[in-house]
Design a protein around this ligand. Structure first.
Ligand SMILES: Cc1cc2nc3c(=O)[nH]c(=O)nc-3n(C[C@H](O)[C@H](O)[C@H](O)COP(=O)(O)OP(=O)(O)OC[C@H]3O[C@@H](n4cnc5c(N)ncnc54)[C@H](O)[C@@H]3O)c2cc1C
Length: 463
């Protein structure tokens, strides 16, 4: 492994590979270190939805969207607690990043509606192939990628980060770099950090890459990095509550295609069109943190095998979605009171037919998209659901050039960060596809900016 490089990237998910690739394209030598045996991190476990506005796929489907609407959704869903400069940078660079990925060979599917979206803008991608594509491209440009190497510490001289100390088997090696890009993901796999920063998620499930234990957050904290959005870690609604071989970490969101959500008493408890993290909190507040998505055949037929959260049929085949000819039978299968479930569904349907306001304020299917319709076409379906922490949406404070800022807001020279290890972008809420989106957009920016810094500052780093 090279002992000296222009850019050293920590973590082989979407943010890290985007950074490595853009650094290589900008003419830097680059080394990426990944602690697990393979690339991909949470990226390859995800549902693969990316939030972009103004795409070819939207245009083909007749969906009108623009960057102003995207910006508004990001800020409104984040309850205006986002760092606006990061949102603005995302908005300015998102379409260019989408085109960059496309030019590299990434294929985007038909855009779906998702959490916090005024119009459908969740573009499905095959994440494994995105990782593979970026990795191959970076290697062709001369970058080096090493798995099974865990970075343990950032090396600092004066105030500047000048490399990393990494662990290879029982050995420790130092790699000197003109700049370091932290792209080590979040901390969904660290009970200790979740307990410290997200105690309200105690009863939520966890998902994410095996290596995502918050190493980057801790290493950055040790060199003085500030933190952002730490109070806003939330779980996502819709995962099957009991571990099973069929579980892949993503749940289903039949609610966004017309289902209702009821608790163990058979009663609705939330406007189902709200962002799935708001629903995640509401679900955790129900008895046993348990809910059920209830739907009919009209919803089931919208199942889409290419989008995990909308692949209802797969969950049916796995026995997780229960099917019954009547609501009474469905209630019995799910272990909830039949009279309550029937009355909930009947009341919901009647209000829709009468054009009466919904008691919980639902006027759309998902975000600003779609109109609810009565659940009256058998067979009926029910999917037990709870909340899962898929990602941690908070972390190291960065500016819009991805430079890591210290606790006083001053740039830490030589240290950049992108992806789930960073905070500030989402604020107090989450728009579907914005995690993968930010990993690609800011990963790419980090590669370029770190390169500009490294190539201009190498005299200060012994090479
Ligand atoms: C089930 C699930 C579904 C999701 N669905 C979506 C979705 O549809 N759309 C969306 O936008 N987001 C989604 N997310 C969130 C999204 O996948 C992540 O936020 C995003 O992939 C993060 O990318 P990243 O590159 O920052 O981190 P990761 O992809 O997690 O990569 C980080 C890498 O760093 C490595 N690493 C950690 N520490 C070290 C170290 N010390 N040394 C070396 N390497 C290290 C890790 O092993 C990992 O491989 C989902 C997440 C999950 C778990």
């Amino acid at each position: 492994m090279s002992a000296v490089t222009d850019i050293l990237v920590i973590g082989g998910g979407l943010a890290g590979l985007s950074a490595l690739t853009s650094a290589a394209e900008s003419g830097a030598s680059g080394v990426l270190l990944e602690r697990t045996a393979s690339l991909g991190g949470s990226t390859v476990l995800s549902s693969g939805l990316m939030a972009f506005a103004g795409t070819d796929e939207q245009a083909s489907a007749g969906i009108e969207d623009d960057v102003e609407r995207l910006r508004h959704d990001l800020l409104e869903t984040g309850r205006f607690r986002n760092d606006e400069s990061l949102v603005d940078e995302y908005c300015a660079k998102q379409l260019d990043t989408y085109s960059w990925l496309k030019a590299l060979g990434v294929q985007f599917g038909v855009a779906h509606a998702g959490s916090g979206q005024a119009v459908p803008r969740s573009h499905p991608v095959d994440t494994a192939s995105v990782i593979d594509t970026l990795g191959r491209h970076a290697r062709v440009l001369g970058a080096e990628i090493r798995c099974n190497v865990r970075v343990r510490r950032l090396l600092v001289e004066g105030e500047q980060v000048v490399g990393v100390r990494a662990e290879i088997g029982d050995d420790e090696v130092d790699v000197r770099a003109g700049a370091v890009v932290l792209a080590s993901g979040g901390f969904t796999q660290s009970e200790e950090l979740l307990e410290r920063f997200a105690p309200a998620m105690e009863h939520a499930l966890r998902a994410g890459g095996a290596g995502n234990t918050g190493d980057g957050l801790l290493m950055a904290a040790k060199v003085g990095a500030g933190l952002a959005d730490m109070a806003f870690v939330k779980g996502t609604f819709g995962i099957f509550p009991w571990r099973s071989a069929a579980e892949e970490g993503t749940g289903i969101l039949a609610v966004y295609k017309g289902a209702i959500a009821v608790n163990g008493y058979g009663e609705r408890f939330i406007n189902e069109s709200l962002p799935y993290k708001v629903m995640g909190d509401a679900c955790l507040a129900q008895p046993e943190a348990l809910a059920f998505q209830i739907f009919d055949e009209n919803v089931l037929v919208q199942s889409d095998a290419s989008v995990p959260i909308y692949n209802f049929r797969r969950r049916l085949e796995a026995g997780q979605v229960r099917r019954a000819d009547t609501l009474e039978e469905l209630a019995e299968q799910l272990g909830i009171p039949a009279d309550a479930l029937c009355s909930t569904v009947t009341g919901y349907n009647q209000r829709l037919r009468d054009g009466a306001p919904d008691a919980l304020g639902r006027t759309t299917l998902c975000g600003g998209v779609g109109k609810p319709t009565p659940l009256d076409t058998p067979p009926y379906y029910g999917f037990p659901s709870t909340t899962v922490v898929l990602a941690t949406y908070c972390g190291v404070r960065v500016d819009n050039e991805t430079r890591v800022l210290d606790v006083f807001g001053t740039v830490i020279p030589g240290l950049y960060a992108a992806g789930e290890v960073t905070g500030g972008f989402h604020g107090d809420g989450y728009v579907t596809g914005s995690s993968l989106g930010k990993s690609a957009v800011f990963g790419r920016i980090a590669g370029r900016r770190a390169t500009a810094f490294a190539l201009g500052s190498l005299t200060s780093v012994a090479r």
